[in-house]
Design a protein around this ligand. Structure first.
Ligand code: SF4
Length: 204
């Protein structure tokens, strides 16, 4: 596994989140918005959104219809608007307006699942987290690192396999590789840096 991460590190030296944010609260909102949407779509929406409302107090007070209008450039925007309003209110009421750093608290927030909680811990606070999105799940299975059908099982298996200090890095590298080369429909095995060691190489 370490070798795979080392090879991917060479290929994606800049791997990291592409979401734009200035503090943990903004990252939390961006992560909630990112479900079934691209980071570019999210960044477009948050540029205007954070320009107007950038604290939990402000976000909790925005009328729902206005919030929907501001974020309608991303998918599922009605649900997301509701979640953002509710979670902002919860942050104010329960956490003094701060984003909690604990996994078990983060997943209690509306619109925040295991993947998002891991990402927020890792990216906002530098705490060990290994979020499994569709790319991490697919690439890990193709590489034979895990043999799982569900993302939460992939998360558990990867966390058992990868040293804690490399969890954050592994998350970013597997996403970068899934986006650039090991794509869902047409993996580019011929140009993959892992082609010699991957059991799912379709060109062998
Ligand atoms: S060899 Fe193909 S299937 Fe394996 S990691 Fe590379 S792109 Fe993905």
């Amino acid at each position: 596994m370490q070798k795979i991460l080392d090879i991917l590190r060479e290929s994606y030296p800049q791997a990291g989140t592409r979401l734009k944010y200035q503090n943990p609260f903004q990252l939390l909102i961006a992560v909630v918005l990112s479900a079934q949407s691209t980071d570019e779509q999210v960044n477009q929406v948050t540029r205007e959104l954070f320009g107007k409302y950038s604290t939990p107090q402000q976000m909790a007070a925005v009328p729902l219809e206005e919030l929907e209008e501001l974020i309608k450039g991303v998918g599922l925007y009605r649900n997301k608007a509701r979640h953002i309003k509710e979670l902002s209110g919860l942050l104010v009421q329960k956490y003094g307006g701060a984003v909690p750093r604990e996994f078990n608290e983060l997943i209690k927030l509306p619109g925040v699942g295991r993947k998002s909680a891991n990402v927020i811990m890792a990216v906002a606070f530098g705490l060990p987290g290994l979020g499994v999105d569709t790319h991490v799940h697919r690439v890990s299975n193709r590489l034979g690192l895990v043999d799982t059908k569900q993302p939460h099982k992939t998360e558990a298996a990867l966390k058992a396999l990868i040293p804690r200090k490399r969890w954050i890095e592994a998350h970013h590298l597997l996403i970068s590789h899934g986006r650039a080369v090991c794509k869902a429909r047409a993996p580019q095995c011929a140009s993959c840096p892992l082609e010699a060691i991957c059991p799912k190489n379709i060109d062998r």
